[in-house]
Design a binder for this molecule. Structure first.
Ligand code: MCN
Length: 792
C-alpha cells in the first residue's frame, strides 16, 4: 500500500484516470441526468437583434398538447437580473455603466437569441411546438452590431440611459510620460488590427436541470458549469435571492468549456425558479444553433497602436487604444477581460519602459462577449507579436534579433512592468533558443526555396509571449473591482484504510484533474493513485470553491490541496509519534513511511490512518480522532507562464489555402506535474489558436443577424487543418507557490495566433503585405496574390 510503483508522482506521464469513464461511454453529463417526473423547457428566443415587445400572445401555445406552464418576463419581474462580477471604473473615477440584464426580456430584446419566454411541457418536442405557437408582437428597432459602429454618432442605443453605448472608458499608464517618450523616438511604428470574434463551441452544448423539493424547500440545479459554487453564489444572492443552504448546484461531467461555461446564464436561473413554481424538475438542453447565439462569445477587439523605437531597435514606448465589444449585456466577467486580462499584459516579454493603454468597452446588439480560452491575453499577445514583426521589418532588423534585444533578461526577475504586473520568474531567451533549434529556424530558407520550386509559398513565424494566470490574489482583484474572492479550497479525507478522497473547489471539464491531483497525493503521501478519488463539481459535497478558468486549478486549487496535505501530515506525525513513543519533532515522514529520525523504528501510513479512526490506546484528550483537513489558499500573485511558438506554413497560390506544416511550442509552465497532460493542453490550445488565425470568425450583418450560426458557416478546425504540434517545456519555477507550478491550460491559445499570422505574412512577403486580419482565409490570400501582384 505504501510503495508507489510504478512512479505516479510529480513528473510522471500517468494516463488519465477519467478516460476509462469517458471512453467507455460512462460519462455522466447534465443531459444524461433524468429526475423523476421531469419536464422539458424550450426558451423562445428573439429573432431580432433589437426590438420592443409590444405584446406576447400565449393563448394558442397554452392549449398545445403537453404544455404545463409558460412564463414570460412579466412573471419574473420580482427576480433580480444576472449580475456582472467585476466593476470597472472610468478614467474620471466614475463607475462603468451597468444596465440590467433580465433573465427573461422585460419589454425589449437586445440581441438575436435573447430569451423572451420559457415553455415547459411533458416532452422536449411538445415544448418546442408550443414555443412556435407563441405570437410575439415586435416593434423592430435599428440595431448596431459592429464594435466601431457602436460609438459612432447617431448609432442606435442598446440601453436607454447608456449614452453612446459606452460601458466604460478605462485607462492604465501615465499618458504624459508616454507622450514624452514618443518625442524621443528614432522611429514610430503605427499599426491597426482587429481581433476577430469567436464562438466557443464546446463539444457538449449547455444544459440545465432545475429541481425543487417542496418538503424541504431545497432547490437543486444540475448545470454544465466550470464553477458550481460561483453559480450558486450569483444565482442565490443576486437573482433568485435564496439562502445558499437551500440551493445545491451540481456540475457533473462537462464536455468542454473553454471559458464559455464560467458565466451565470439565464437558463440556469429560469429552470431553477420555474421548478419551484411547478414543483417538478425541468430540463433544458441547448441545440447547436442556440449555443451559437447564446453562449458568450470571445475576443472582438479593434485596436490602434504605436510603438516607439530607438535607432538600435529598443522599444521606448507603447501606446494602445482598444475598443472592446461587450455585446448586448454584461456577461459575468466580461468587463475584466479587455482591462485587467489584456491591458496589463501589454508589456509582454519586453522591457518597454512606458506603456499607456486606453480601453473603451461598448454595447452592441450582439450576443454577450466574455472570456474565451486565454481571455484578453491572446488579444494582447496578438497585438504585440504582430507589432514587433512589423517594427522589425520597418527597422530593417531581423525578427529574432529585435526580440532578443528587448527581452526582459533572465536575471531581472522579479520584474515590475509599467502596467501593474510583477512577473516572478521566466527565461524568455532560453525558450526562444529552444524553439529556434527545435523548429529548424536556421535551415528555413532552404525549405522556402524547395517549396518555391514546387510552386508553393512557404513562410515561418515566431511569437514570444508571457501570460498571467493562476487567478489570483483576492486582495488585488478585489481592489481592482472583482466582486468575488479568488482563493481555492481543498479537503483531504483520509479513510481508515489509508485511501484518500480529495474534495476540490476547481472543476475538471477536460483538463485531467482527477489524474494530476491524484498524482500530488501519490507524490507526497505515498498513496497509490488507484486509492485516491478526486471529487469536484457539487456544492453539497465540497465546502466552497471558485472553479476553473484562468489556468488556476493547479497553481491555486493544487496548492490548496498541498496545504491540506501539510495539515494531514502534521496530525499524522503526532499519531505516529504516539505509536512509536517518540517525540513528534523526531518523526520524519516520507511517502508513506513515518520514521523516528536516525533509527529503524517506522510506522506505515496504513497503521497511522487506522489508529486515527480506531483510537484504542490513543491520547484522546490531546488529539481528536479522524484524519480530515481543509485548507483555503489565496495566492500572493498570478503565475507567469511564457514561451516561444514557431509556425511554418505553405500557401497554395492557386487557391490561397494555408497549410500549417509545422508547429513548435516551447512553454515554461513551471514544474510539470504530468508531461502528457501538459502536452495535450498545449496542443489543444494551439489548435484553437490555429482556428482563430485561419478559420473561425463570427460574422454579423448590419441588422445584427449572426450569419455564421452553424457549422456550415462557422469553420471549426478539423483534423486535416492541423499539423503535428511539437511541445517542449523549459522550467523556471513559480516562486510563490510550494509546487513551483504555473498554469498551462491557455498557453497554446495565447502564443499561437501571432505565430501563424506572422508565418502567413512571411510567406507573402514578396507581395508587400504588412498585415492580414484573422482569419487568414483562402479568399483573402488569393486576393493578395492575384490582386495587384502576380506570383514572382
Ligand atoms: N498541469 C500540469 N503541470 C503544470 C500545469 C498544469 O500537469 N505545470 C496540469 C494540471 O494539473 C491540469 C491541467 O494541466 O490537469 C491544466 O491545468 P491548469 O493550467 O491549472 O488549468 P485549469 O485546470 O485551471 O484549466 C483551465 C484552462 C482554461 S482557462 C481553459 S479555457 C481550458 C483549458 O484549461 N478549457 C479546456 N483546457 C481545456 N481542456 C479541455 N479539454 N477542455 C476545456 O474546456
Amino acid at each position: 500500500m505504501n510503495v508507489v510503483t510504478p512512479f505516479e508522482g510529480i513528473g510522471a506521464s500517468v494516463r488519465r484516470k477519467e478516460d476509462l469513464r469517458f471512453l467507455s461511454g460512462r460519462g455522466q453529463y447534465t443531459d444524461d441526468i433524468n429526475r423523476p417526473g421531469q419536464t422539458y423547457a424550450t426558451i423562445l428566443r428573439s429573432p431580432h437583434a433589437h426590438a420592443r415587445i409590444r405584446g406576447i400572445d400565449l393563448a394558442a401555445a397554452r392549449s398545445m398538447p403537453g404544455v404545463i406552464a409558460i412564463f414570460t418576463g412579466e412573471d419574473m419581474q420580482g427576480i433580480g437580473g444576472l449580475p456582472c462580477g467585476w466593476q470597472i471604473h472610468n478614467k474620471d473615477g466614475s463607475p462603468m455603466a451597468e444596465p440590467p440584464h433580465p433573465v427573461l426580456a422585460q419589454g425589449k430584446v437586445r440581441h438575436v437569441g435573447d430569451s423572451v419566454a420559457v415553455v415547459i411541457a411533458g416532452t422536449r418536442a411538445q415544448a418546442r411546438d408550443a414555443a412556435e405557437a407563441i405570437e410575439v408582437d415586435y416593434d423592430v428597432l435599428p440595431a448596431v452590431a459592429s464594435t466601431e459602429a457602436a460609438i459612432a454618432a447617431g448609432a442606435p442605443v442598446v440601453h436607454d440611459g447608456v449614452a453612446g453605448n459606452l460601458c466604460y472608458d478605462w485607462h492604465i499608464g501615465d499618458p504624459a510620460v508616454n507622450a514624452a517618450a514618443f518625442q524621443n523616438a528614432h522611429k514610430v511604428v503605427e499599426f491597426e488590427l482587429v481581433n476577430n470574434r469567436l464562438v466557443p463551441n464546446a463539444m457538449e452544448p449547455r444544459a440545465a436541470i432545475g429541481d425543487y423539493d417542496p418538503t424541504t424547500g431545497e432547490y437543486t440545479l444540475y448545470t454544465t458549469s466550470q464553477n458550481p459554487h460561483v453559480i450558486r453564489l450569483l444565482m442565490g444572492a443576486f437573482v433568485l435571492q435564496l439562502p445558499e443552504h437551500k440551493l445545491r448546484v451540481v456540475a457533473p461531467d462537462v464536455g468542454g468549456g473553454f471559458g464559455s461555461k464560467i458565466f451565470h446564464y439565464a437558463e440556469e436561473a429560469i429552470v431553477t425558479w420555474a421548478a419551484g413554481k411547478i414543483a417538478r424538475p425541468i430540463k433544458w438542453t441547448a441545440d447547436r444553433t442556440e449555443s451559437f447565439v447564446t453562449d458568450a462569445h470571445g475576443r472582438d477587439h479593434v485596436t490602434k497602436a504605436k510603438l516607439a523605437l530607438d535607432k538600435d531597435g529598443r522599444f521606448l514606448a507603447l501606446h494602445v487604444r482598444t475598443l472592446a465589444n461587450m455585446g448586448a449585456y454584461l456577461s459575468t466577467f466580461a468587463t475584466s477581460v479587455p482591462t485587467y486580462l489584456y491591458a496589463t499584459l501589454l508589456a509582454g516579454v519586453y522591457t518597454t519602459p512606458t506603456i499607456y493603454a486606453e480601453v473603451k468597452a461598448v454595447f452592441t446588439n450582439t450576443t454577450p462577449v466574455d472570456a474565451y480560452r486565454g481571455a484578453g491575453r491572446p488579444e494582447a499577445t496578438f497585438l504585440l507579436e504582430r507589432l514587433v514583426d512589423v517594427a522589425a521589418r520597418e527597422m530593417g532588423m531581423d525578427r529574432v534579433e529585435i526580440r532578443r534585444r528587448n527581452f526582459i533578461p533572465a536575471d531581472a526577475f522579479p520584474y515590475q512592468t509599467p502596467v501593474a504586473l510583477q512577473y516572478d520568474s521566466g527565461d524568455y531567451q532560453a525558450t526562444l533558443e529552444m524553439g529556434l533549434k527545435s523548429a529548424g529556424w536556421e535551415s528555413f530558407e532552404q525549405r522556402r526555396a524547395e517549396a518555391k520550386a514546387r510552386g508553393r509559398l512557404r513562410g515561418i513565424g515566431i511569437s514570444t509571449y508571457v501570460e498571467a494566470c493562476g487567478i489570483a490574489p483576492s486582495a488585488t482583484v478585489g481592489a481592482l473591482g472583482a466582486r468575488a474572492g479568488l482563493y481555492e479550497v481543498g479537503t483531504i479525507r483520509v479513510h481508515p484504510t489509508g485511501s484518500v478522497t480529495v474534495l476540490t473547489g476547481t472543476h475538471s471539464h477536460g483538463q485531467g484533474h482527477e489524474t494530476t491531483f491524484a498524482q500530488l497525493i501519490a507524490d507526497r503521501l505515498g498513496v497509490p493513485m488507484a486509492q485516491v478519488d478526486i471529487v469536484h463539481g457539487d456544492t453539497a459535497k465540497i465546502p466552497f470553491g471558485m472553479g476553473t478558468y484562468g489556468s488556476r486549478s493547479l497553481p491555486v486549487g493544487g496548492t490548496a490541496i498541498v496545504k491540506a496535505m501539510d495539515k494531514i501530515v502534521t496530525k499524522a506525525r503526532k499519531i505516529a509519534a504516539h505509536l512509536m513513543e517518540a517525540s513528534v519533532e523526531d518523526v520524519e515522514f516520507d511517502r508513506g513511511t513515518f520514521r523516528v529520525a536516525g533509527t529503524d523504528r517506522t510506522k506505515s501510513w496504513g497503521e497511522v490512518c487506522l489508529t486515527a479512526y480506531v483510537p484504542h490506546n490513543y491520547p484522546i484528550e490531546e488529539l481528536e480522532p479522524g484524519l480530515e483537513e481543509t485548507a483555503f489558499y489565496d495566492p500572493k500573485n498570478f503565475t507567469y507562464p511564457g514561451g516561444c511558438h514557431i509556425c511554418e506554413v505553405e500557401i497554395d497560390p492557386d487557391t490561397g489555402h494555408v497549410d500549417v506544416v509545422n508547429f513548435t511550442a516551447v512553454d515554461d509552465v513551471g514544474r510539470v506535474i504530468n508531461p502528457m497532460i501538459v502536452e495535450g493542453q498545449v496542443q489543444g490550445g494551439v489548435c484553437q489558436g490555429i482556428g482563430q488565425a485561419l478559420l473561425e470568425t463570427a460574422v454579423y450583418d448590419e441588422s445584427g443577424q449572426l450569419l455564421s450560426a452553424s457549422f456550415m458557416d462557422y469553420q471549426m478546425p478539423r483534423a486535416n487543418d492541423l499539423p503535428p504540434v511539437s511541445v517542449a517545456t523549459h522550467t523556471t519555477l513559480c516562486t510563490h507557490n510550494p509546487l513551483g507550478v504555473k498554469g498551462c491550460g491557455e498557453v497554446g491559445a495565447i502564443g499561437s495566433p501571432p505565430a501563424v499570422i506572422n508565418a502567413v505574412v512571411d510567406a507573402l512577403k514578396d507581395y508587400g503585405v504588412r498585415h492580414i486580419e484573422m482569419p487568414a482565409t483562402p479568399a483573402k490570400i488569393w486576393n493578395i496574390i492575384h490582386g495587384s501582384h502576380k506570383l514572382a
